[in-house]
Design a protein around this ligand. Structure first.
Ligand SMILES: [Fe+2]
Ligand SMILES: [Fe+2]
Length: 135
């Protein structure tokens, strides 16, 4: 476990909070895989699982942005895309490089990105979502 769930991460939108908890779970699984000297194939599988789940979650949020014509749509989608590009880069490098520093770099990035995204960027849509009864 790298990132424990904290109540302050909750946005008060049940569907999103459930997904964010699962996202932390996939990041933590990847963290365990990276920090226990796992095989490259296991690391690749863990990154791929996190990536798949992130894409599903981003799609879920972005569909609501379109439906609600949310003001921050373009910037928010860019944030999601930056994350996916970075993840793709990490996946390639994890297969090529034998480097403990890479594991630390990946985990540091994931933790920082996730916390900033949930606490700052996702939080900006909460009032719009709640005004439309999304829960
Ligand atoms: Fe988001
Ligand atoms: Fe999110």
């Amino acid at each position: 476990m790298i990132i424990p769930w904290k109540d302050e991460y909750s946005l008060g939108i049940a569907s999103i909070d459930t997904q964010h908890k699962k996202l932390i779970g996939t990041i933590n699984t990847l963290g365990d895989t990276l920090l226990t000297g796992s095989k490259k194939s296991d690391i690749d599988t863990a990154i791929a699982q996190m990536e798949t789940y992130m894409k599903e979650h981003f799609f879920f949020e972005e569909e609501y942005f379109k439906t609600l014509q949310y003001d921050g749509t373009a910037e928010h989608i860019t944030e999601h895309q930056v994350f996916l590009d970075k993840t793709k880069d990490f996946r390639t490098r994890a297969l090529d490089e034998e480097d403990a520093m890479l594991s630390i770099e990946i985990l540091g990035y994931l933790e920082e990105w996730f916390l900033h995204h949930v606490l700052v960027v996702d939080r900006q849509y909460v009032s719009d979502f709640q005004a439309h009864g999304i829960n």
